[in-house]
Write a protein that binds this ligand. Sequence first.
Ligand SMILES: Nc1ncnc2c1ncn2[C@@H]1O[C@H](COP(=O)(O)OP(=O)(O)OP(=O)(O)O)[C@@H](O)[C@H]1O
Ligand SMILES: [Mg+2]
Length: 185
Amino acid sequence: MQDQLTRLDRIISDLLGRTALEKDVADVVRVATEAVGRLRALTGRDAWLVKPDQPALARIDPLRLAQVFDNLLRNAAKYSPESGAITLQIIPADGEVRIVVQDEGAGISSDEIERVFERGFRSPRLAERTQGEGLGLAVCRQIIEGQGGHITVVSAGIDRGSSFTVILPTVRIAIASSSEEATAT
Ligand SMILES: Nc1ncnc2c1ncn2[C@@H]1O[C@H](COP(=O)(O)OP(=O)(O)OP(=O)(O)O)[C@@H](O)[C@H]1O
Ligand SMILES: [Mg+2]
């Protein structure tokens, strides 16, 4: 009886562990590829995906990361001309994954750049010709910072494009050769 309980206990914690692993680890290239597909379907715009040679695993719920990509890519399309290139770059680094979403559009002036992550903020210059609630970037920042990451933006100025950088903690998957079990560290 005690033996069976111990076994059951192990099976349950194994299952729980596995669920947590899948829910909190995002294959960044995969999530980005799907987001680029949704952008194309929704807007007809293409984004160049610059993929790394090695896997890029980030410690975040893939659904949350997808939401961040959707918001950043939709902004890039909304605030840039059809002819402008949109790029999404994934750069695995030491202990972190860096994601850069760049456009060649309207850009952000230096007096507004600190405000774009504020809930409800929209540049008056762009609000006349575009629709929105000013919420997308506030949601992005909430998701990323809630995960121990960072999101920042730089722009060379009005009509000179914008570049958003997301930094997330990475996950190393160690495969134990004896048990063939994958563990996230
Ligand atoms: N890629 C970009 N290029 C230029 N300005 C941008 C870009 N992304 C965001 N902004 C500026 O930041 C503001 C806030 O962006 P945010 O995504 O939070 O809201 P929104 O796009 O206006 O509305 P929504 O709630 O639909 O996302 C925008 O209104 C715009 O002024
Ligand atoms: Mg938006």
